[in-house]
Design a protein around this ligand. Structure first.
Ligand SMILES: *[C@@H]1O[C@H](CO)[C@@H](O)[C@H](O)[C@H]1NC(C)=O
Ligand SMILES: *[C@@H]1O[C@H](CO)[C@@H](O)[C@H](O)[C@H]1NC(C)=O
Ligand SMILES: *[C@@H]1O[C@H](CO)[C@@H](O)[C@H](O)[C@H]1NC(C)=O
Length: 479
């Protein structure tokens, strides 16, 4: 079970009954209003897209706008080409809120988007490759499409929705959108200008907990988690942002008395609601932020976020380095004895210029090292082992005596022994720990051993040195 560390999104369970009542009324109102709006929109047949319509990356029409003109679906510039998606129109910059096939490379100016006669939404690249964006016609029929003013692109059959972009969120949910079921994750974009899958992920888990992770592998690991609501066991399964900027977790069925919504954030007091579009995004830096876009003044404000310090997000600084600083003013630093892999790209992490692999099996090897202390450090990753009854000096000694030890972390709760690489390092004054880092400065092979190679990694390159030890001499490797 994960603990809620800190942040804006605090769930007040005591006020949940009144909240539930209020929210059900708001929701009811919202449903009535949106039904009404939909009916009007359909009656006027506003911006209804018929099968057989085309968009072009390199010429007009490039996009299909929503009736209000605030959202558009179509081609937007990405890298040296184009991507297909949905954006919120802004001056001077648009905000991309959804991208189709986001991990595909950008397409050229000669690409087209077709809403086919069969009702399939198809991207056709210059060399004739066809990529399906939506194909609900495989299971039924489609007779029209529309870019709605909510930012949802929908396909219809006889005026009922058969496919909607809201069901496939990328890094953002808009007012009226849910994160649930098979599509319960938001994955950050690489950067503000590259909307491919980035480094961070937010998951509305089946266990009721909303958790932010480093997007490392297919298998989510609690060790990669850096924020959560601490609500596992509450049977929440839906994260909803409504059109008034209220972010809430729901249970799929609200029939059960205990299954009431959990309010995370209420942004509904920030202005004239009809002129505001709300958005919740996992940003490229891993922080989950709520934004309001004031349409009249064309301003964007970030009114809530789950974490204040970028360093609280794991993984900003690479292996064998640590993050230190406040807010957006942070830096990545190497541990003593380590150097940046790339001095110009410090977040890539650091390396030591000497490591010795398989030291335990090598009784002939004696390693020279020095140990440096560093205060106020935490690491994640699992320690090789933890010893509870050691004092500070004994903890340091435990690392000296264990050749696979890269560093130890001493705190009031014990002595944790870690191998390299050291992961998710963080330095903060409030953390009451002492880290001892082992730096290898050389190694010696005793004369009694036979001929055998020693594998030495220099930075991330590795070189194999074969020693002619039959001569009875000893070789010393040092920097
Ligand atoms: C976006 O980032 C991904 C991952 O880093 C990269 O592979 C891709 O080439 C980038 N795309 C563009 C258009 O720069
Ligand atoms: C979002 O989830 C709520 C609660 O389960 C549900 O009532 C609503 O219909 C969902 N909205 C959409 C757009 O799927
Ligand atoms: C090894 O690292 C030290 C700093 O820790 C540096 O002074 C030295 O030049 C490095 N040696 C090589 C061969 O890169």
């Amino acid at each position: 079970m994960l603990q809620n560390r800190e942040g804006f999104f605090v769930i007040s369970m005591h006020s949940i009954r009144t909240t539930a009542h209020l929210l059900s009324q708001i929701l009811l109102l919202f449903v009535v209003v949106s039904l009404h709006v939909n009916v009007i929109a359909q009656e006027k047949e506003l911006n209804i897209i018929k099968p057989g319509s085309f968009l072009y990356a390199g010429k007009q029409p490039r996009s299909w706008p929503s009736p209000s003109g605030h959202f558009e679906f179509g081609f937007y510039p990405q890298g040296s080409g184009y991507a297909a998606g949905i954006w919120l129109v802004g001056r001077p910059e648009n905000t991309v809120v959804w991208t189709a096939n986001r991990d595909d490379p950008p397409v050229s100016a000669n690409s087209t988007l077709e809403f086919t006669a069969q009702g399939t939404l198809l991207l056709r690249t210059e060399n004739g490759e066809e990529k399906i964006i939506a194909n609900p016609s495989s299971s039924g029929s489609v007779d029209s499409a529309s870019m709605l003013d909510t930012g949802n692109f929908v396909l219809y059959w006889k005026r009922s929705v058969v496919w909607e972009s809201f069901d496939f969120p990328t890094d953002t949910i808009l007012g009226g959108q849910n994160l649930s079921g098979d599509h319960n994750q938001l994955i950050s974009s690489v950067s503000r200008s590259n909307h491919s899958s980035g480094q961070f992920l937010l998951s509305m888990q089946p266990d009721g907990n909303l958790v932010a992770y480093v997007n490392n592998s297919a298998e989510l690991d609690t060790d990669d988690a850096y924020w959560d609501t601490g609500t596992d066991g509450y049977s929440f399964s839906v994260l909803n942002l409504n059109t008034r900027g209220v972010l809430t977790m729901y249970s799929e069925s609200n029939l059960d008395e205990e299954r009431v919504p959990g309010l995370l954030e209420n942004g509904s007091t920030t202005g004239n609601e009809t002129k505001i579009i709300y958005r919740a995004s996992v940003d490229p830096d891993g922080i989950f932020r709520l934004y309001s876009h004031q349409l009249e003044s064309n301003t964007i404000s970030n009114f809530a976020q789950n974490l204040d310090d970028v360093c609280d997000v794991k993984g900003h600084c690479g292996l064998n380095s640590y993050c230190s600083g406040k807010g957006n003013d942070f830096g990545c630093y190497c541990y003593p004895g380590f150097t940046f892999i790339d001095e110009n790209t410090k977040f890539l992490g650091c390396s030591q210029n000497f490591t010795v692999d398989g030291c335990e099996a090598r009784k002939d090897l004696s390693i020279q090292y020095k140990i440096t202390a560093l205060e106020n450090i935490t690491w994640a990753g699992y320690p090789s082992y933890v010893k509870h009854d050691l004092d500070k000096e004994e903890c340091k000694k435990a690392c000296e005596e264990d050749c696979s030890c890269g560093g130890v972390l001493y705190s009031s709760t014990g002595c944790s022994i870690y191998g390299l690489p050291l992961k998710y390092g963080r330095r903060q004054e409030s953390i009451m720990t002492t880290a001892f880092i082992k730096v290898i400065i050389g190694s010696t092979i005793s004369p009694s051993s036979g001929i055998s190679p020693i594998l030495i990694n220099e930075g991330n390159r590795s070189l194999i040195l074969t020693m002619g030890l039959s001569l009875g001499s000893f070789a010393s490797l040092s920097c």
